[in-house]
Design a protein around this ligand. Structure first.
Ligand code: PLP
Length: 392
């Protein structure tokens, strides 16, 4: 069960801490010496329930989740979240106010754009509060100032406002939640798939947090949710007849949040091995000193890389404004044409992998998730530095 420590900068699924995988591999075969693997036991057994409770408790501890919020898990990924967030949150608005309202979306990159597309596809009354492309020469890479859109929050009865905290493809990260939105009292629904546990956050400001597990916290196949308990009550208060009359799509039962929560995340078969890995990752982050230590390390890693890219700004281009550069996904291109393959080949020779940019934007992307060490980052920084010097 050994491997050479990887230096893998892939955007997801992403590298996980080796000790976590080693423990998980053992538990897959024989969990706690019971003679069966963790994936072979009933999802309602005592051992499985213990995994669910432990993961919830460790997440609460790490993120300082207040009593006002509930934690739960579901199968699927970020994309299933796009659909279930939309239908559940509109139902909550119906339960609370009797009307469906309008769902607002802040579009800062391809993932928030996809979330909006899904709400529209489902027939949910929605509005794009801004498209960041319109403020940045037709390209993602900047976040418009609040003065450009905040007034709109007062114009309609918004059921929720959605944002993607870190745009994995375009390397754009909200440095903090927009103040006007927090102050508005509208429920904030946020996709944290690629930045959860990368830094400390104030959970009380969010209506719902959704995160696919396969980047900072585990394997694909599981999605984590943190939701305000009052939203769960509002969803339950909306009757199916009421939703049908208003033309609001009914949430499929396995994705109906109050049903999942009532059943402690085991309404249907929860992928317990995948959840166990999340728990092992959480324990690993706690042992490393929690989110304060993790955030410090992540800041140091991303600063090192941005600094060297800025140092060679005649050679590398960062298509993201300084005030919203992602700490998790550093996106850059070469100014010189015809050198992309050479860059990737030479990086691979140094065992630096996963650097190819997303197919929709090209160039390069170095994902510096929690499991990527400072040491790996320094190796990449040295390579980036030398490659520029040698090929300028
Ligand atoms: N949201 C963000 C921020 C992502 O980075 C991704 C995938 O990379 C998704 C959503 C979609 O996740 P999934 O592939 O699990 O549906």
């Amino acid at each position: 069960l050994d491997r050479e420590e990887p230096n893998h900068f892939g955007a997801g699924p992403a590298q996980l801490p080796t000790p976590v995988l080693q423990q998980a591999a053992k538990d897959l075969v024989n969990y706690k010496g019971i003679g069966l693997g963790i994936g072979e036991i009933s999802h309602r057994s005592g051992d499985a329930t213990e995994v669910i409770e432990s993961t919830k408790a460790n997440l609460r501890k790490l993120l300082n989740v207040p009593e006002t919020h509930e934690v739960f898990f579901m199968q699927g990924g970020g994309t299933t979240g796009f659909s279930s967030l939309a239908t559940n949150l509109v139902a909550a608005h119906v339960g609370k106010t009797g009307s469906a309202g309008t769902a607002g979306y802040l579009v800062t990159g391809s993932w928030s754009a996809k979330a909006l597309e899904e709400a529209q596809r489902l027939g949910i009354e929605s509005e794009m509060l801004f498209n960041a492309k319109d403020y940045n020469n037709g390209k993602f890479g900047a976040i418009p100032p609040e003065s450009a859109w905040a007034e709109k929050l007062k114009a309609k009865d918004y059921s929720y406002v959605y944002l993607c905290e870190n745009e994995t493809v375009h390397g754009v990260e909200w440095p903090q939640l927009p103040k006007a939105l927090v102050d508005s009292g509208i429920e904030i629904v946020a996709d944290l798939s690629s930045d959860i546990l990368s830094r400390a956050i104030d959970v009380s400001q969010y209506g719902v947090i959704m995160a696919g597990a396969q980047k900072n916290i585990g394997l694909a196949g599981l999605t984590l949710y943190i939701i305000k308990k009052s939203i769960l009550q509002d969803i339950s208060a909306a009757s199916l007849d009421q939703l049908r009359q208003l033309g609001v799509p009914i949430t499929p039962i396995a994705f109906e949040y109050p049903t999942v929560v009532k059943n402690n995340s085991a309404y249907n078969t929860i992928p317990i091995f995948t959840l166990h890995i999340v728990d092992l990752v959480l324990r690993h982050v706690l042992e490393k000193g929690g989110l304060a230590a993790q955030e410090e390390e992540n800041d140091a890693k991303s600063q090192l890389l941005y600094n060297v890219l800025d140092k060679h700004s005649d050679f590398y281009k960062i298509p993201v404004s300084k005030d919203c550069r992602s700490r998790m996904n550093v996106v850059f291109t070469l100014k010189k044409e015809g050198f992309d393959k050479k860059f990737l080949d030479e990086a691979a020779k140094r065992n630096l992998t996963g650097l190819k940019g997303h197919r929709s934007v090209g160039g390069f992307r170095a994902s510096l998730y929690n499991a990527v060490s400072l040491d790996s980052t320094k190796k990449l920084v040295q390579f980036v530095d030398e490659f520029a010097t040698q090929n300028a």
